[in-house]
Design a protein around this ligand. Structure first.
Ligand code: TXA
Ligand code: MG
Length: 336
């Protein structure tokens, strides 16, 4: 399959480009497009055959459900029902934006979208290209992150191309995404909302609107058998995460690993080691900078043939909690 890459203006998306992309969605094809979080791989959420193509292209396990993107309340009501007052209040406050709500699903949604569940995850993206595509296609669009399964999510069109070239019909290249990590996922089907995936919209922000939010992490840990942590968001190189390391330990760890292999480092503390097999990417000491650049830094170090990537953690508060969640899942070794 030929993959067409269209450079499209993120502020004023060209109508003819949007029309081409929407036509592909309408006839059951796949289009990657930018959102404010990461690039999504979109298909018509009401078309079962189209949705199945997403799983094939990504190599995604079929038991992992997809997020449905909508551009209006009318579109929301085509996919979800029995929407609670709390859910309404959250939409009012955070949509369009990086908050995904798990709601009761309507039958018309392609069953594979929800991987057999009675619920459906929905969000309204805060991005002109995504919204224009949804409006023109006039159908809800199911879109997971546009990476090969288990790889870091794509924050540029080049990342999408790297993973999915020849497997999808079109990529709308609207430049790098703003936020850089995936949306917060919140289950609002019960009385107390449950956080299924931390993201840009923090529990503190959610609590201002709906009061208590339950953390699924703990529940999740209980459900999982020990040692079967699901590796995710991972570069090809193995990841060593140093959660709270002193600068000397960061340096020492890299020096030690360099005895045997090429080493990449992603840190907020500058580390200088005079060795051509060492590449360091310095980020600002802020959760926002980590969120925006972490996936692309991992991919860059992969390109650099690093065998191991050492990552310096950040404070796990606010957006930092979402960043650290991704880093812990990517890591094969964690030093806390
Ligand atoms: O920022 C984002 O959310 C990006 C952009 C493209 O919108 N999308 C994204 O999709 O990250 P994906 O497929 O990579 O992650 C979807 C997450 C998964 O953790 C999945 O398990 C969860 O949402 N999910 C989807 N439907 C669900 C449901 N019915 N119940 C519980 N979790 C659900
Ligand atoms: Mg994903």
């Amino acid at each position: 399959m030929k993959t067409t890459l269209l450079q499209i203006n993120a502020e004023q998306p060209q109508a003819d480009f949007i029309a081409q992309a929407a036509a592909i969605i309408r006839r059951g094809g796949l289009v990657a497009f930018p959102t404010e979080t990461v690039y999504g791989l979109g298909a018509d959420a009401m078309n079962e055959a189209a949705v199945q193509k997403i799983f094939q292209a990504k190599g995604r396990p079929s038991d992992n459900p997809l997020i449905v993107h909508v551009s209006s309340q009318a579109m929301l009501h085509r996919v979800a029902k029995e929407i609670s007052a709390k859910a309404e209040a959250l939409m009012e406050k955070f949509w369009p934006g990086p908050l995904t709500l798990v709601l009761q699903r309507r039958e018309a949604v392609a069953p594979t979208v929800s991987a057999g569940l009675h619920t459906v995850a929905v969000r309204m993206p805060h991005h002109k290209i995504a919204l224009a595509l949804l409006e023109q296609a006039a159908t809800p669009i199911a879109a997971p992150s546009a990476n090969t399964s288990s790889r870091p999510s794509p924050t540029t069109a080049a990342h999408v191309l790297e993973d999915l070239h020849g497997r999808i019909e079109m990529i709308l290249d609207g430049g790098p995404t703003n936020i850089g990590i995936e949306s917060t996922v919140l289950d609002v089907t019960g009385d107390v909302p449950v956080m299924l995936r931390p993201g840009w919209v923090t529990p503190e922000l959610l609590a201002e609107i709906v009061g208590d939010v339950q953390q699924a992490m703990a529940i999740d840990e209980l459900k999982r058998s020990p040692g079967t942590r699901y590796r995710h968001y991972s570069p090809r190189a193995r990841v060593v995460l140093l959660e709270n390391a002193a600068p000397e330990l960061l340096q020492q760890t890299c020096v030690e690993l360099l005895k045997n292999e090429r080493v990449g480092l992603i840190s907020k503390t500058p580390v200088f080691i005079d060795d051509f097999r060492f590449t360091a990417i310095l980020l600002a000491d802020s959760a926002a900078d980590y969120a925006r650049r972490i996936y692309s830094a991992m991919r860059e170090l992969d390109e650099n043939q690093a065998a191991v990537i050492v990552i310096e953690g950040i404070n796990a508060t606010g957006v930092g909690a979402a960043v650290m969640d991704r880093l812990r899942r990517a890591a094969s070794t964690i030093h806390s």
